[in-house]
Design a binder for this molecule. Structure first.
Ligand SMILES: Cc1cc2nc3c(=O)[nH]c(=O)nc-3n(C[C@H](O)[C@H](O)[C@H](O)COP(=O)(O)OP(=O)(O)OC[C@H]3O[C@@H](n4cnc5c(N)ncnc54)[C@H](O)[C@@H]3O)c2cc1C
Length: 395
């Protein structure tokens, strides 16, 4: 019997495998992954200090334990280099493997900024546990009060800044926007986060970028586009991720910014599914968007697992808040979908120390929100409001 094959052992690959095994105990499962196949929760990477965790404590299961739990064959350290959609085979350096159905979950790749200078290659990025272990080693070499420069004040850059500052490191956060979290959050929330990070000791250098990084006297020197320069021990790039569409493109599946999938999670070849950071999901309004978060993976994995058993099931994407893990100023938000975000406006209010912003389109329909400092009660009330607004709009 040909197996169901999964490419990738991140949250997406393993969650679909787990969901499938709940429904089908016998069909062979083959998981092929470029890394060591250990299971870890990626969101923990940006708040590991707050949780008092060393990198090696973040992996909860080895590949062998996952293979036993899932009754699966797991090929680790094995990169898939091609897919033959006609012959239904996957090409690797270990040989070719047949599949009955295939799930693509290769994630995303860190975007590298074009930076000049003799030490531009010293810039680190963290998109998996191995990257994180390298980063922690560099920090340890620099001592208890390492000078860390973070490029990019988006969600991940802000989370790392807060976490590292809490651990006593000297953090400088750089972004071309004039406020942190500018691409996701309304101004009122970004201002609150700016103040909280400042109070924590994070130095924010905004409205500028790092143009050059050099090694001078064994220390990294960062030069900004505004001409300023300063010394640092470690530079971490958190400027974003790009969906990994290379295998899909080579196999001539339909791609855009991600691998395009329909409401069932199928790519343009029906027996090939995709989910996770690589996928561009179909939204309720017909638009397509990347959703590089955990909640969409959970929802998509349940539907795709059912579809893999032959029961074609649509992905019922419910509104789920993105939680920004900045304990100094915890934010929850649901950004408006791309189509709505072109023509709408944020409206913000402040009561009892909490800032709440709602995003309305031209017809005053609610499409998103942000709240900080957030808690379960405040975000659940806003999610309920959003669900009600969506239901009203669709009726
Ligand atoms: C620091 C950080 C903090 C985050 N915090 C949050 C958070 O708080 N909340 C939230 O919702 N989301 C968060 N996210 C996002 C979330 O973690 C990701 O959306 C999710 O983990 C992506 O899972 P994935 O399986 O799609 O990709 P990945 O975890 O990247 O897995 C990809 C897998 O594919 C394998 N692979 C790639 N190419 C090949 C190939 N050619 N052949 C074989 N194998 C291959 C890789 O080895 C890997 O096993 C965070 C992300 C980061 C980086």
């Amino acid at each position: 019997m040909k197996p169901i094959a999964i490419i990738g052992s991140g949250l997406a690959g393993y969650t679909v495998a787990r969901e499938f095994r709940k429904l089908d105990k016998t069909t062979p499962l083959l998981i092929i992954t470029g890394d060591d196949g250990g299971f870890y929760s990626k969101p923990m990477l940006s708040n590991a200090f707050a949780m008092g965790k060393q990198p090696q404590q973040l992996q909860s299961k080895t590949a062998d334990q996952m293979a036993a739990e899932l009754t699966a064959t797991i090929l680790t350290k094995t990169l898939v280099s091609g897919i033959n959609t006609v012959a239904h085979t996957i090409h690797t350096k270990m040989g070719d493997f047949e599949y009955a159905q295939l799930v693509l979950a290769p994630g995303a790749q860190a975007i590298r900024l074009p930076i000049a200078g003799s030490a531009a290659d010293q810039v680190l990025s963290v998109n998996n546990l191995t990257d994180y272990a390298v980063f922690r080693d560099k920090l340890a070499q620099a001592g208890d009060k390492a000078r860390v420069t973070i490029l990019g004040a988006g969600l991940i850059g802000c989370e790392f800044s807060d976490d590292l500052a809490s651990a006593g490191h000297e953090v400088t956060l750089i972004d071309p926007n004039t406020l942190p979290l500018a691409a996701l959050a309304p101004t009122a929330i970004s201002q609150g986060l700016h103040a909280a990070l400042n109070a924590k000791g994070v130095q924010l250098k905004l409205g500028t970028t790092a143009s050059q990084i050099d090694m001078l006297d064994n220390t990294l020197q960062v030069t900004l586009s505004n001409g300023e320069s300063f010394n640092t021990d470690v530079v971490l790039s958190a400027v974003g991720l790009r969906a990994d569409i290379r295998l899909a493109q080579a196999a001539q599946l339909h791609t855009d910014r991600g691998i395009i999938i329909n409401e069932y999670g199928q790519t343009s070849v029906p027996e090939i599914f995709a989910l996770g950071d690589c996928a561009q999901y179909k939204q309720a309004d017909g638009s397509q968007s990347l959703m590089p978060y955990v909640a969409p993976i959970m929802t998509a994995a349940r539907a795709i697992a059912l579809s893999l058993t032959g029961q074609l099931t649509s992905i019922d994407m419910k509104p789920a808040a993105v939680l920004v893990k900045t304990p100094s100023y915890p934010v929850a938000l649901i950004p408006p979908a791309f189509a709505a975000s072109k023509s709408g406006r944020w409206e913000s209010g402040h009561a009892e120390g909490v800032t709440t912003s709602r995003y309305f389109d031209e017809s005053n329909n609610l499409h998103g929100f942000a709240v900080a400092p957030q808690d379960a009660k405040s975000r659940n009330a806003l999610i309920a409001e959003l669900i009600e607004a969506q239901a009203t709009r669709l009726n």
